[in-house]
Design a protein around this ligand. Structure first.
Ligand code: SF4
Length: 216
């Protein structure tokens, strides 16, 4: 995972977009297992994240950790990052130009380098960016599977939404359970493909051996 480390290193002190000059303390690149099966993507760093340099460390982050525990995972098992890596002032939404620059420079490479089995987008904003959808209604799409390029993407409620309204806790908990199932499904699918490839390879070798022995 040398390439991911190099990318993280290259982000330190980044000045590629206007967010560099709008009061950020530091770039919050991402945190967790570089070979994670699940990658979480939020909107952008908040005040706590900006101070500590780690994504999802506030109250919503604590809930994320608890939800992970319900499916037998710890924070260190997954990878957590955001659409933009610098805190927008006053917690405003990142602007299109900032999103375009930051995702093209960092996020899309992170997704490819980590290659998780499932990418979970946290909340409406991150989901609309990754799924390239306008007017995303989380109530309709949360927990569903979408294919974006080579990635399986599952939009889920932002943990902050469950803190804001307890009614969102049930679907969020169910979506975490679904994430676990989707990872298992993807792992089984990858195993099946590997087994098929090995079988084809084996048949080719047997054919070549038979040919060499003059059996054809
Ligand atoms: S938001 Fe992204 S592109 Fe903009 S300065 Fe921060 S790291 Fe660089």
């Amino acid at each position: 995972m040398e390439e991911l480390s190099k990318l993280a290193e290259s982000s330190i002190g980044c000045t590629l977009c206007p967010l560099a000059e709008q009061g950020r303390t530091q770039v919050v690149f991402g945190h967790g297992n570089p070979r994670a099966d699940i990658m979480f993507i939020g909107e952008g760093p908040g005040s706590n994240e900006d101070k500590q340099g780690i994504p999802f460390v506030g109250t919503a982050g604590k809930l994320l950790t608890q939800l992970l525990e319900t499916i037998g995972l710890e924070r260190e098992d997954v990878y957590i990052t955001n659409v933009v890596k610098c805190r927008p002032p006053g917690n405003r939404d990142p602007k299109p130009e900032e999103i375009e620059i930051c995702t093209n420079r960092y996020l899309f490479s992170q997704m490819d380098l980590i290659g998780p089995k499932v990418i979970a987008t946290l909340g409406r904003f991150a989901s609309s960016v990754i799924l390239e959808m306008k007017n995303v209604a989380m109530g309709s799409i949360h927990g569903q599977k979408f294919i974006k390029g080579t990635h399986l993407v599952v939009p889920i409620y932002h943990p902050a939404a469950a803190l804001h309204s307890r009614a969102n806790m049930k679907p969020l908990t169910e979506d975490f359970e679904n994430l676990r199932l989707y990872v298992e499904e993807k792992a089984a699918e990858e195993q099946r493909i590997l087994a098929e490839e090995a079988q084809v390879e084996n048949e080719v070798v047997l054919d070549e051996e038979a040919e060499q022995m003059g059996l054809f």
